[in-house]
Ligand binder design. Sequence first.
Ligand code: 5AD
Ligand code: SF4
Length: 443
Amino acid sequence: MNKSFYLETFGCQMNVVDSEKIVALLGEIDYQQVDQPEQADLLLLNTCAVRDKAVRKAYGHLGRFKPLKDRNPQLIVGMGGCIAQQEGEQLLEQFPYLDLVFGTHNVHRLPEMVQQVAENRVRCKETEFLDRETRLQLFPTRTGQEAFTRFVTIMQGCDNYCSYCVVPYVRGREISRPSHEILDEIHELAGQGVREITLIGQNVNSYGTKDDTEVGFVELLEQVNAVEGIDRIRFTTSHPKDISPELIDCFGRLEKLCRHLHLPVQSGADTILRAMNRGYTREHYLGLIDRLRAVCPDIRLTSDIIVGFPGETEADFAETFSLLEHVRYSELYTFIYSPRRGTAAADIADDTLTAAKKARFDRMLLLQQDICQQVWEQDVGTVQEILVEGTSKLGEGQLFGRNTWNRIVNFSGDESLAGTLVSVKITRSFRNSHLGELVQSAS
Ligand code: 5AD
Ligand code: SF4
């Protein structure tokens, strides 16, 4: 008899891809996905540990599974992802109703673990990091879900050890996938109708620097650019210290590369960048932005900022503030510093009051709201190329897609346009999306 599972995913694209893999693997042992925990035989959380808020959220969701388990002792409850990797055995001790814990390198073991729990009612944990060879064989790949845009994993892990960040500890060492495998996967996706590829990894700019991948990141982009059927390429996440002049040039010459780059700066102050172990200065970063805009004048940039890093003064924050005014990001992801156990920054004395951090954070949000509004308002009245992703939640006959800058655009049109590039005139700009009118089908 078919069994069912309920899965919730937190965190970054790496977890999203791992969750796709989980769905495929559980399908192989006849577990079907359901969207209500009450209907499932197996409850899973794929978790994120990057900030305390994400951790608390995951524990909150785990807590909601307890009454279900109390009612049905046969229910299997599991936790995977970054919290599972970091906490391991401790989770089993802390949560008696938790049956299985699987780490970031152990997704492939899940079917076996589930069967073991189901048959023998044992509790199990797998959190060992794998060796390079095994990891290379187990790179997460496409799982056959239907979509016109797809993530393709090109590298995993991180060796940068930014002083605030838990990722190197929970995702392990950097490892890059051979380019022929990546290209095979993209060719296959193109054959299935996928039109846009996002190459993902914790630090895609260092692709191939630690492994023999046949080619480096720029050549990889060139090769993906040559794949017939693929119309758009994006990549994330980039590290400013690893952006080469050749990579910047790609934005001027590779016609399929979208004119958007997420380039997290984290802080605008050199003292803080140094304490964060980021490996670049404010001047270097701003030089990158100038060169990007020189080769691609209408490129739009997005970024991440951490406010209230230990030792951040008002003067340091003013440097971040002025960097935001200067760069004018089209979108900004802002976080208040969250100490992570085991990271270098967790040991730095922090005498800034929480209220002061919050006040900085709020000032930054207000500034950025203004900038975002001004950047996106410029689009009203222009005609943009949109890749139609499907029908929108806005109502019947409504479609949605994205422009080159990754902005959602809603407009009326026929469902059959899904998966095509169309021209849309932007009529209004809202906080998170545009509204537009179909001008004509471009392909
Ligand atoms: N506290 C706050 N923000 C963090 N980030 C990573 N670690 C922390 C932390 N300890 C942010 C960074 C990163 C983004 C994914 O999360 O800005 O780019
Ligand atoms: Fe974390 Fe820095 Fe690695 Fe990004 S580059 S995952 S912020 S350690």
